[in-house]
Design a protein around this ligand. Structure first.
Ligand SMILES: [Fe+2]
Ligand SMILES: [Fe+2]
Length: 169
C-alpha cells in the first residue's frame, strides 16, 4: 500500500514539472490548459495536508519542532493560495497573471523544500508505518471524494488558530 509521505512527494514532483511546463507554453490557451489544473491541484494538496497530515504533527507524530513547522507550513500555504487568487484576477498570460503565478511558484518551491527537509523527515521518525499507510489511504480517498475540488473552499487559515484547534483533538 502507498504511505502518505510518498504520495505527497509524488504531488510535489508534479508541481515542479507543472511550473516548468509553463515556461514552454505558447499563448493563452496553452497557458490556461496547464495552469488551471496545476492551481487546482496545489489548492487540493494544501487542503489535504491540513486535513490529514498536519493534525498528526500536532498530536501523536510530530517532533519537537512540530508547532513551529506547522505554523510555517500554514503561512506558506496561505502565500501560495494568495498567488493563485492574484493570478485569477488577471487575464491569462498578462503581467498581473504572471505575477500571481510567480508568487505561487516561488512560495511553493520554498515550501516544498521545508516540507521535504523538515516536516516529512520528522513525521517519518515519529509515525508508525501503520499510520503512514492508513493516512495514505485517507489521502487517496480525499482526492476521490473531492473531484475537481468539489465541496472544498480554499480559504486561508490563521496559523495560531489552526494549531490551537488541532492540538486539542
Ligand atoms: Fe506538500
Ligand atoms: Fe504543504
Amino acid at each position: 500500500m502507498d504511505e502518505i509521505t510518498a504520495l505527497i512527494m509524488e504531488d510535489h514532483h508534479t508541481f515542479r514539472v507543472g511550473f516548468a511546463r509553463l515556461d514552454d507554453a505558447q499563448g493563452e490557451e496553452q497557458l490556461r490548459a496547464l495552469w488551471e489544473p496545476l492551481a487546482l491541484h496545489l489548492d487540493i494538496h494544501a487542503e489535504a495536508e491540513e486535513e490529514i497530515l498536519y493534525p498528526h504533527l500536532l498530536t501523536d507524530s510530530g517532533g519537537e519542532e512540530a508547532e513551529e513547522e506547522t505554523d510555517d507550513a500554514i503561512r506558506d500555504h496561505n502565500k501560495i493560495r494568495d498567488g493563485i487568487v492574484e493570478a485569477s484576477k488577471h487575464p491569462v498570460g498578462s503581467d498581473g497573471w504572471w505575477a500571481g503565478v510567480w508568487q505561487a511558484r516561488t512560495e511553493n518551491s520554498e515550501h516544498l523544500a521545508e516540507e521535504e527537509d523538515e516536516v516529512l523527515p520528522d513525521f517519518r521518525k515519529h509515525a508508525s508505518m501503520e499510520l503512514r499507510i492508513e493516512l495514505g489511504a485517507r489521502w487517496l480517498r480525499f482526492f476521490a471524494e473531492h473531484p475537481q475540488g468539489k465541496g472544498l473552499d480554499f480559504h486561508n487559515k490563521d496559523p495560531k488558530r489552526y494549531i490551537a484547534e488541532h492540538e486539542q483533538d
